[in-house]
Design a protein around this ligand. Structure first.
Ligand code: FES
Length: 105
């Protein structure tokens, strides 16, 4: 499945990810800037914050309680905010579009 990451300045990165990989891992492994992922995917840092584009919100589901509480530490959190380490790629998410915040801290 393919994910498009859109940086805060509008730069787009279209990346083919293996199924089962997280959206965070896909960015980090492919050099997409803007995701720090300090905790390495443990849902414990909130520095892998992304905004999920509207048509994908339903398919990516809702944050777990732990994710929601971590997101409350993200400076620019919005209703469509997610922690990208908590979104796992499936065939249904092919074409997913996420936007990156201006900064993770
Ligand atoms: Fe730390 Fe996602 S990488 S919460």
């Amino acid at each position: 499945p393919t994910v498009t990451y859109i940086e805060h300045d509008g730069t787009e990165h279209r990346i083919e990810l293996e199924e089962g990989l997280s959206v965070m891992r896909g960015a980090v492994d492919n050099g997409v800037p803007g995701i720090d992922a300090d905790c390495g995917g443990e849902c414990a840092c909130a520095t892998c914050h992304v905004f999920v584009e509207e048509p994908w919100l339903a398919k990516t589901g809702t944050p777990s309680e732990q994710e929601a509480s971590m997101l409350s530490f993200a400076a620019t959190a919005q209703p469509n905010s997610r922690l990208s380490c908590q979104i796992t790629m499936t065939p249904e998410l092919d074409g997913l579009v996420v936007r990156l915040p201006e900064a993770q801290h």
